[in-house]
Design a binder for this molecule. Structure first.
Ligand code: ZN
Length: 270
């Protein structure tokens, strides 16, 4: 499933071909993904110039000179294919550009989405309105977390997955960042010390940045004729490693919190 680093890498890859190009073709090959495609997608986008791309949480944003922004979510299986040799069955949206590029949004399971939003109203778009700060932006600080966690008895791991507290942070990255910061995932959020939060914030950034960097190298590997933007696996320190040794000499355990697996080491996470 595409997580924040994959979305960031995808946005950077798309920016490399779309920035300042004009959309000359917009083909919608089925009515819907998770929800219907905007009915006016082609009408609004054909002839528009791409002025920039960005990411918010796990959404990719393609901004145009028409004050319209196309927002995509990759769902469970979505991926963009750049200059594919042939259009495939699950290429549900195909963009063509003035410089001759073809970009296909492929989504076999169709849990993704495509929306069109007035650019000046982006912050009020329902999926964005309640989001917390970006984990890689200046808004994520230990002070922000201390305020959000104040008097909360929920486990810190669950609150870090709450998009209203931090936007776009997925299960893998929360497990890894808590491990690196030496914080037990079941600790009551309101009782985690400020010193621990000071350790946590840079670890959240580092684990995301390292994955984005790994994705960037994957992206270069994908400079193949089919031009697919791939996803990347990484050697996690605890995630998916139940029963394996931790670097500290402890053993990685798994518990279920909020219906999702948490991997941690009780020897080095307190
Ligand atoms: Zn350990």
């Amino acid at each position: 499933m595409p997580e924040l680093p994959e979305v960031e890498t995808t946005v950077r890859g798309l920016a490399g071909v779309l920035q300042d190009d004009v959309l000359t073709g917009v083909a919608v090959n089925r009515a819907d993904l998770r929800r219907p495609f905007p009915p006016d997608l082609a009408q609004v986008l054909i002839g528009a110039r791409v002025t920039g791309l960005s990411r918010r949480a796990k959404y990719g944003l393609i901004h145009t000179d028409r004050d319209a922004t196309m927002i995509f979510h990759l769902g469970m299986s979505g991926r963009w294919r750049i200059d594919p040799t042939a259009i495939e069955k699950h290429d549900h949206l195909v963009l063509e550009t003035g410089r001759g590029h073809v970009l296909a949004l492929n989504d076999a399971r169709r849990f993704g989405s495509v929306d069109l939003v007035d650019t000046p109203l982006l912050d009020q778009w329902p999926a964005f309105a309640a989001l917390g700060p970006e984990p890689l932006g200046p808004g994520l600080t230990s002070a922000h977390l201390a305020t959000a966690f104040k008097d909360r008895v929920a486990a810190i791991k669950l609150l870090l997955l709450d998009q209203r507290i931090v936007a776009g942070l997925g299960n893998i990255y929360v497990c890894e960042a808590l491990h690196r910061a030496g914080i037990h995932p079941e600790r009551e959020a309101g009782k985690v010390s400020r010193a621990a939060l000071n350790r946590l914030v840079p670890q959240i950034r580092d684990v995301l940045e390292e994955s984005i960097a790994a994705g960037g190298s994957t992206l270069r590997d994908y400079a193949r004729p089919d031009g697919e933007l791939g996803y990347f696996a990484k050697d996690w320190r605890v995630y998916g490693r139940e029963g394996e040794p931790c670097a500290c000499g402890g053993v990685v355990e798994r518990v279920v919190q909020g219906g999702r697996s948490t991997f941690f080491c009780r020897k080095c996470q307190r």
